[in-house]
Write a protein that binds this ligand. Structure first.
Ligand SMILES: NC(=O)c1ccc[n+]([C@@H]2O[C@H](COP(=O)([O-])OP(=O)(O)OC[C@H]3O[C@@H](n4cnc5c(N)ncnc54)[C@H](OP(=O)(O)O)[C@@H]3O)[C@@H](O)[C@H]2O)c1
Length: 343
């Protein structure tokens, strides 16, 4: 077979600001690959079908990034096996999931060492769940919602929870889990379209934080018992002003500071007076403890439609730079997924 282009999404420069498509984040078509003869050295060769675009990918473009200039970034991905020299994968055409280290390129070699470390595993999806959901609501973002809720929320029926970025990949599952647990759910999002989605999910109080004052909403609809935050800065201050004694705060993200100066928090004394418990939530170390419960409690309910999800699908790896900018500035509606290749 002749050499074919193997396009990639690479880091072209580092920035503490927003990554600009074509400047910071570049779609590169200079590399080629011969799928029949490229050496695998005991590893496997896969076609990349889908890539997840998540806010944390910004770290690959920050000064001090672990990704060298000119190299592709990595994320969660769905792959199809083309060739294998590893005993773990013998069925050509099998669908695999890459756990965070799928390189943003059309065809990818996973080394013997990477295969051995479990960086890819075989995927057997539910019949009525698209593969893309396994890098969204049935994958890492869904696990983020589930593990944080199980570990830290300590919910009691009738309590009130406030979720920021509530229409996003993580937030939209948090609000549904909270609603099913019998809580009053307040959710904020950055556009009318996202607020409409939150209402479809059954969120009791859904509002656009860009046009409605968060403090007014929390004053009227709170005080809150659980605060699930993705934003940081002023959203934490607004919550601190409107919390019940003994509230639990789950700090899951701080996206308002990912592409610029982190915003300060002013109301720290209220943590003491309201005896608030603040939990820093990071999904990765919690997965071994909760994966089985997630597979039992959440994935079947995504498949049968009890829990809903929304995707923002962009066709073609050349869209990956724009997809990243979108998740960092609110341009995505639902889980951001780049469709790289056909099955
Ligand atoms: N702790 C963990 O283990 C873990 C794991 C996964 C994700 N996360 C975090 O969870 C959060 C959500 O991730 P996701 O994958 O579900 O992404 P997402 O919510 O689908 O997309 C990111 C959203 O963040 C909002 N946003 C962007 N800039 C903002 C700003 N300056 N102020 C307020 N909101 C802003 C936008 O929504 P609006 O239009 O509604 O503003 C944007 O759509 C992120 O902070 C991410 O880093 C944490």
């Amino acid at each position: 077979m002749p050499e074919i282009t193997n396009a990639r999404h690479v880091v072209n420069e580092y920035t503490s600001g927003y990554p600009i498509p074509g400047q910071t984040t570049v779609y590169d078509t200079t590399q080629t690959i011969d799928l029949d003869t490229v050496p695998l050295n005991g590893g496997i060769l896969a076609k990349v079908l889908l890539l997840s675009v998540d806010p944390y990918l910004k770290r690959f473009f920050n000064p001090g990034s672990p990704v060298p200039l000119g190299s592709p970034i990595t994320s969660y991905g769905i792959l199809k096996l083309i060739r294998s020299e590893h005993e773990k994968f013998t069925t050509l055409g099998a669908i695999l999931i890459g756990h965070g280290n799928t390189r943003h390129e059309e065809y990818t070699i996973i080394t013997k060492e990477e295969v051995a470390s479990g960086s890819v595993t075989a995927l057997t999806p539910y019949e009525n769940l698209p593969l893309s959901v396994y890098i969204g609501a049935a994958g890492m973002p869904g696990l983020t919602a589930f593990t944080g809720w199980k570990k830290y929320a300590d919910p009691k029926e009738g309590e009130t929870v406030f979720v920021t970025t509530a229409a996003g990949a993580v937030g939209s599952l948090v609000v549904q889990i909270a609603k099913h647990a019998g809580l009053k759910v307040i959710g904020s999002a950055g556009s009318e379209e996202k607020v409409k989605f939150l209402k479809e999910l059954g969120v009791h109080v859904a509002f656009n934080y860009k046009t409605t004052d968060t403090r007014e909403v929390l004053k009227n609809e709170g005080p809150i018992d659980i605060f699930w935050d993705h934003v940081g800065g002023d959203s934490i201050d607004a919550a601190l002003e409107n919390s019940n004694i003994g509230a639990r705060y789950i700090i899951c993200g701080a996206i308002s500071g990912y592409s610029g100066q982190p915003a300060p928090v002013h109301n720290l004394a209220r943590i003491m007076y309201s005896q608030i418990n603040i939990y820093g939530h990071f999904v990765i170390p919690l997965i071994p403890q909760y994966q089985a419960a997630f597979d039992e409690e959440i994935v079947p309910r995504l498949a049968d439609g009890t829990f809903k999800y929304r995707e923002d699908r962009l066709d073609g790896l050349e869209k990956a730079p724009q997809a990243l900018l979108d998740v960092l500035n609110g341009g995505n509606v639902g889980k951001s997924v780049v469709v790289v290749g056909e099955e």
